[in-house]
Design a protein around this ligand. Structure first.
Ligand code: AMP
Ligand code: ZN
Length: 105
């Protein structure tokens, strides 16, 4: 499911330009436009899930998949031995500004 008004759905559909580093049937990864670290990539499912509050058991695989892709991209970026962090903000009070789940790498 895709939301025509959602920024990240539009990036996934390539309607809005982004520095995409990975895409497959289920996921898209692209550089954060305002990076907070030397490597700052966002990993999103193509499926429009607004936040972790909307997570259901059927999303189990996608939650695993975003982390497996984070590991793959960390390797590609050469940061596995130095260390890396993932963050997923949930809700406005936690700093979520784009309501399409995304894993910050
Ligand atoms: P959050 O605050 O957790 O919702 O994270 C949203 C992130 O999306 C922020 O780090 C923004 O810099 C980033 N962002 C917003 N618009 C774009 C865009 N058009 N392309 C890439 N990253 C974006
Ligand atoms: Zn969306």
């Amino acid at each position: 499911m895709s939301d025509p008004s959602c920024l990240f759905c539009r990036i996934a559909r390539r309607e809005i330009p982004a520095k995409i580093v990975h895409e497959d049937d289920g996921l898209v990864a692209f550089w954060d436009v305002n990076p907070q670290a030397p490597t700052h990539i966002l990993i999103i499912p193509r499926d429009h899930i607004p936040s972790l509050n909307d997570l259901e058991p059927k999303h189990r695989d996608v939650i695993g998949d975003v982390h497996l892709l984070a590991r793959e991209l960390a390797r590609a970026e050469g940061i596995t031995s130095g260390g890396w962090r993932v963050v997923m903000n949930c809700g406005a009070d936690a700093g979520q500004t784009v309501f399409h789940i995304h894993l910050h790498l």
